[in-house]
Design a binder for this molecule. Sequence first.
Ligand code: BGC
Length: 510
Amino acid sequence: MGAAMGMVMVMLAALLASFAPSARGLDRGEFPPGFLFGAATSAYQIEGAYLEDGKGLSNWDVFTHARSRDIKDGLNGDVAVDHYHRYMEDVEIMHNLGVNSYRFSISWARILPRGRHGDVNSDGIAFYDRLIAALLQKGIEPFVTLQHFDLPHELEVRHGWLGAEIREEFDYYADVCFQAFGDRVKFWTTFNEPNLFTKFAYMLGMYPPSHCSAPFGTCNSGNSHREPYVAAHNIIMSHAAAVDNYKKNYQAKQGGSIGIVIAMKFYEPLTNATEDILAAQRAMSFEIHWFLDPIFFGEYPKEMHEVLSSNLPKFTAAEKRLLQNKVDFIGVNHYTAIYAKDCISSSCDLNTYEGNALVLAIGERDGVKIGKPTAFVGYYDVPEGMEKIVKYVNLRYENTPVYVTENGYSQYSNNSMGDLINDVGRVNYLHGYLSRISSAVRRGANVRGYFVWSLMDNFEWAFGFTVRFGMYHVDFQTQKRTPKLSAKWYQNFLMGSGPVNTMENMRTDI
Ligand code: BGC
């Protein structure tokens, strides 16, 4: 090869490398103006104050007390990380971090302790009024979820998500919130990950009300083959009712937008055999299309009809009409990609999250892991999955704007304080995933925001306090918040004046 040719090759390689996400620095300036950068939390996981100021019991309050054996460390969210009393400090933390938005959820039982069967709790309204005021004062846009797994215990006992009555309950609750906060809240999501919690609650029996049947587990009651779909149907229609109300009665005067948040793994076929390719598609259907196809197209996906037949509810003509309202955006919670193995042509253990799709999710192929493992079982660091998932959602759902409403990395709580604070793994993870969003946006993907899960360590559902997702370390005894390296990295990205690499040029004064 001549010298000139050699030079051209070197320059070409350098040019290509400059487009490879891991090689180039990540620069906030590459994102469109108005892009939301934030952190996310949810009420039960952080607030505590579980019986204060008129709050009613939620299903999670009762579940964690009655079935502490089902929580890894036997603990609960009674105090959680005491955000109810420390919200001012937490808002200050966010201000220092430089986020322009904060995603949090409202505790239904704090607003309506007994659902429609009792009064609105004005102290509950007052708490969120104070929180919203503190955020806006610091220029932080509230991004509010109405339902993030918790609901008033009274409603759980009456019918939970299995009774159609829940639709009016949710519609009423949403209306109270639009009325109380909608003059200041411009981003609403109806549900957080209903596709995930209905499986944990009604298929695997691991979340309240702990329903399941074989092969998914042994519970006192339930039908894992039917109930998740009945609950989902009621949730889809509850969502539709709230969106209809918002669009008809609030949107024009309040000027906000409304969407829904879905948990989205990206499923890759384990092999290139047709069976595994179809298995990956089926897994995507059971994960994503299950909720978004009805919301966009008024019908469940064909893969679900095929596998579930009469266990899948049908939409009536009136329900389809209500579903014609469009969501303004889709919330994507994305943590991991995973391989999908077909379980129709071969036998598998189906007592898993993907079991209802007749799929086994596997983290490795030919002895090679799909990405670096994290402390959360089944979650790997696979940054390219992020670019794939946002493009997939844009393509399938009419290029509707996407907000990445959760993305984050977990550590084992029992690591040393030094290791927890020096969270290099999280810095690498966030850098990788955000780089992929940046590259998707550069290539035209319709993504409008990104939220790290989570602002701070908190109560991780069935894992209790045994894993930590926060950019801020929380001492669960003293409630002291301490920034981890990832907080400093995020701050550098948000407030710095140029590109950040994973670790270079870090400000450490936070
Ligand atoms: C949920 C969060 C949870 C996070 C990490 C999501 O499934 O929305 O509440 O803490 O993932 O597991």
